[in-house]
Design a protein around this ligand. Structure first.
Ligand code: SF4
Length: 291
């Protein structure tokens, strides 16, 4: 839940989730519909799907235990190098470092070398005797990430009070390293077409070609190169939306209609049993202003 999401946002979701699923076995018996409903509003829904798939695999193939080999852990859905190292360090106290953006920045500053010029795996391997000096590897994994988030922050690091400032080359150097953004922001234009009816319903479909909304209920959507206005529909609003590293410029259109295309279903603008992603809920809000 914490990947790409702030702690304060996650807390109520985490509490609900762990209250509902007290064990791995309980989670493995759930289904995608239920999990997505509990995840509603948290975003990055692939995490929820992967978590459910992981629980099912662990129960089925690993006697409800996390495997101890990195090769086996990385076979779990959604688990890459970062998560595998974090799990082995935190769960099994192995000498591992979970290389997230915070940790990379800390190393980059201490060495005063730009992140993209560091081979982090080689660096860790070469310096493992100096890095893993205690038996508390689980604390070390966590502490490094926290250090990057709290002290060696992206902007205005607390160098004056930092316990590493005597050795940190960044602090000593007058040349500041510019943070290398690991994601480039992309701008995209979309036209969204909403069929609505007098019962305050909107037609949604899961049948769309937009990769970041795949399998989610959304209205008809088309990516456009330019800002366009479509004459067959009534223009409602232009607004901006952000999803991950995408900045979306959206033109919203509507028309009242009794007929809808074959793959569409009617949904209430107020309350639905089925999972509705935040992207679509924002559209609901705009369309509701018509009633
Ligand atoms: S001295 Fe400053 S830049 Fe260096 S590790 Fe500490 S907080 Fe980061």
């Amino acid at each position: 839940m914490l990947q790409q999401t702030q702690v304060k946002t996650v807390i109520p979701y985490f509490n609900n989730f762990t209250r509902k699923f007290k064990t791995l076995n309980a989670l493995s018996k759930s289904n995608e519909k239920e999990i997505l409903k509990m995840w509603e509003g948290l975003g990055y829904y692939r995490r929820a799907r992967n978590l459910l798939a992981c629980s099912k695999l662990l129960v089925k193939n690993h006697k409800s235990r996390l495997p101890q080999s990195i090769k086996e852990i990385k076979k779990l859905p959604g688990v890459g190098d970062y998560t595998a190292n974090a799990l082995l360090g935190l769960v099994y106290n192995e000498p591992r470092i979970a290389l997230d953006g915070n940790v990379k920045r800390v190393f980059s500053r201490i060495l005063n070398i730009k992140e993209k010029k560091i081979d982090f795996d080689k660096f860790i391997e070469k310096n493992k005797k100096q890095l893993f000096i205690t038996k508390r590897n689980d604390d070390f994994v966590e502490a490094l990430m926290e250090f990057g988030a709290i002290t060696c922050k992206p902007k205005n690091p607390n160098c004056i009070t930092c316990c590493l400032n005597k050795t940190c080359k960044y602090f000593k150097s007058s040349n500041k390293i510019k943070n290398v953004k690991n994601k480039m922001t992309k701008n995209k234009n979309y036209d969204i077409f909403c069929y609505i009816n007098k019962k305050k319903q909107i037609a949604l479909t899961k049948n769309n070609r937009i990769s970041f909304l795949k399998d989610f209920n959304i209205p008809e959507i088309k990516e456009t190169n330019n800002v366009t206005y479509n004459q067959n529909w009534i223009f409602l609003k232009n607004y901006k939306n952000s999803i991950s590293n995408l900045k979306l410029n959206i033109n919203l259109y509507y028309k009242f209609s009794k007929k809808i295309p074959r793959t569409f279903n009617w949904f209430s603008l107020k309350e639905n049993k089925e999972f509705i992603p935040s992207f679509t809920k924002r559209i609901f809000k705009q369309v509701s202003t018509l009633f």
